[in-house]
Ligand binder design. Structure first.
Ligand code: 4NP
Length: 149
């Protein structure tokens, strides 16, 4: 079983989408996909309504997800930890206990655009088009991730 964790700040906008999209592209008996946030503001909450809406538009249900905060034990539980932006990267890296932990943390868009260190923009304070844009970025990245899993 491969285990992949998607991480953003609130675990209500970007990483729930990434979780739902990757789950839709892999054999869920072989790959376990989860998501978490670096912050605790929204723990226990549903994904943002705009994320639920854009996912549903593409046939993906993310309404069963609830936000949780990243914990250090996630380094033991997951093989790969995909973060959305530089801020998430620094936050997760600061919790790493070893080189092995550090090596699990990757910027998700580097899967599609190696070494470019591009960020998935935080759509929280924007309009619906931000969510569509985020969806497309994550869909492309998850195509690469699913192929190499
Ligand atoms: P996410 O978006 O990190 O993609 O889930 C955010 C959601 C909530 C907040 C920030 C970003 N917030 O500050 O509450």
């Amino acid at each position: 079983m491969r285990r992949v964790l998607m991480v953003c700040l609130g675990n209500i906008c970007r990483s729930p989408l990434a979780e739902g999209i990757l789950k839709s592209k892999v054999n869920n008996d072989e790959v376990f996909v989860d998501s978490a946030g670096t912050g605790a503001y929204h723990v226990g909450n549903l994904p943002d309504a705009r994320s639920i809406e854009v996912a549903a538009k593409y046939g993906i249900n993310i309404k069963d997800q609830r936000a949780r905060k990243f914990v250090v034990k996630d380094f033991d539980k997951f093989d790969a930890i995909y973060v959305m932006d530089d801020s998430n990267y620094q936050n997760i890296l600061s919790l790493a206990r070893s080189i092995e932990d550090e090596e699990k943390v990757k910027l998700i868009l580097n899967e599609a655009y190696p070494n470019k260190n591009l960020n998935v923009p935080d759509p929280y304070y924007g309009g619906d088009s931000g969510f569509e844009n985020v969806y497309k970025m994550l869909d492309e990245a998850c195509n690469f991730i699913s192929k190499k899993l």
